[in-house]
Ligand binder design. Structure first.
Ligand code: DCP
Ligand code: MG
Length: 358
């Protein structure tokens, strides 16, 4: 395969930056977007709040403990979606090979771009400028020859960053990179690796294929290639999301109903925010439970109608959990997902035509 030119664009503190843009009185103060209620969860925080240790998916309660002067803004998904459309219009000026990862994040393959610009770095700079001009928001860009490196690069100089990893620099870059910066290696896996004396890409690159599979399970070969700078996944435009899911691995295994229900509730809130922002609804829920011995239990339940309220979603999840024998071993990971998605616009049409039929 010939060498590709991939850009990863990611808006900076996206929801929070939009709120600061539209409510200037909030600028410069620690800010979280999410519900201020004790049981609420934070969608994101601005950089001032992050200095206090506040971050995405943290409970509002913990966030307030870390930063007592934290301000909360309720999310405005319609505004975030509108910004997302503007940045996608900008991407489309350069290429149709755009793969969105979320509202504020996308991969672009600009190897053969519409403007015939040979330098991906120049394109990334132009895109950043246009985003600033048209949305008054900053984005960070990563440029490289594959998706994995482009994604890491966009994170490397955040906020308002532009970082390039050239093919001949990749191996050296990855060798010095702390493993917790590898996209896909979470906090818990990272501390597991630290115990094995693996701190940097170079340490990981010494492992054999067999050892990598022992460490990462079915992602072993993926990471084996990744630490060598190899990632041939294409940029896939218009890939329809088939499901939404969130999961969490716990520092301390869960062993009580109370702990499981409480953690699940947080995951439900996180997932609900994602799906609310997507303009879609699903009718199938799936629960995933991984025990301390890594055996995994999954169970799904489908309703006839799409789930349109958090209450209904929460009720279904609780019922499904009740049907699982989840306390038989300590739980290290919980996950919840929603699938069988349909556009909310379509639901209205379905309901309207039913009204006519009556
Ligand atoms: N988001 C969320 N819940 C999460 C993570 C993210 O609701 N657990 C939302 C809020 C974010 C947006 O998605 O603003 C984009 O997520 P990012 O991970 O890109 O985070 P940010 O853009 O907020 O910050 P960064 O500057 O680190 O990209
Ligand atoms: Mg972002």
């Amino acid at each position: 395969m010939s060498i590709r030119k991939i850009i990863h664009i990611d808006m900076d503190a996206f929801y929070a930056s939009v709120e600061e843009r539209d409510f200037p009185e909030l600028r410069g103060l620690p800010l979280a977007v999410g519900s201020a209620k004790e049981r609420g969860v934070i969608a994101t925080a601005n950089y001032e709040a992050r200095r206090y240790g506040v971050h995405s998916a943290m409970s509002s309660k913990v966030a307030l403990l870390k930063c007592p002067i934290l301000r909360f803004q309720p999310p405005r998904f319609a505004v975030y979606r509108a910004v997302s459309e503007v940045i996608h219009e900008i991407f489309a000026e350069y290429t149709d090979l755009v793969e969105p990862l979320s509202l504020d994040e996308a991969y672009l393959d600009v190897t053969n771009n519409k403007k015939g610009i040979p330098s991906a770095t120049i394109i990334a700079r132009e895109i950043k400028q246009k985003i600033l001009q048209r949305t008054r928001l900053t984005a960070s860009a990563g440029v490289s020859y594959n998706k994995f490196l482009a994604k890491i690069a966009s994170d490397y100089r955040k906020p308002d960053g532009l970082f390039v990893i050239l093919p001949n620099e990749a191996e050296e870059f990855l060798a010095q990179l702390p493993i917790e910066k590898f996209y896909g290696i979470g906090r818990v896996t990272a501390s597991h690796l630290h115990k094995m004396n693996i701190y940097k890409g170079a340490d990981l690159a010494k492992k054999t294929k067999v050892e990598m599979v022992e460490i990462f399970g079915k992602s072993g070969m993926f990471f084996y290639n990744i630490v060598r700078g190899i990632d041939n996944r294409p940029v896939e435009p218009n890939r329809e999301r088939k499901s939404y899911s969130v999961e969490n691995t716990f520092d301390v295994d869960l062993t009580t109903t109370f702990a499981v229900v409480a953690e699940l509730y947080h995951l439900e809130q996180r997932l609900w925010k994602d799906i609310e922002g997507s303009g879609k609804s699903g009718r199938t829920i799936t629960l995933k439970i991984r025990f301390d011995d890594f055996t995994t239990l999954t169970k799904s339940y489908s309703d006839e109608m799409p789930i349109r309220s958090f209450q209904k979603f929460h009720k279904m999840t609780k019922k499904l959990l009740g049907r699982m024998d989840y306390l038989r071993k300590p739980i290290r990971l919980l996950g919840v997902g929603i699938s069988n998605l349909i556009d909310n616009a379509e639901i209205k049409e379905v309901q309207l035509s039913m009204d006519f039929d009556d």
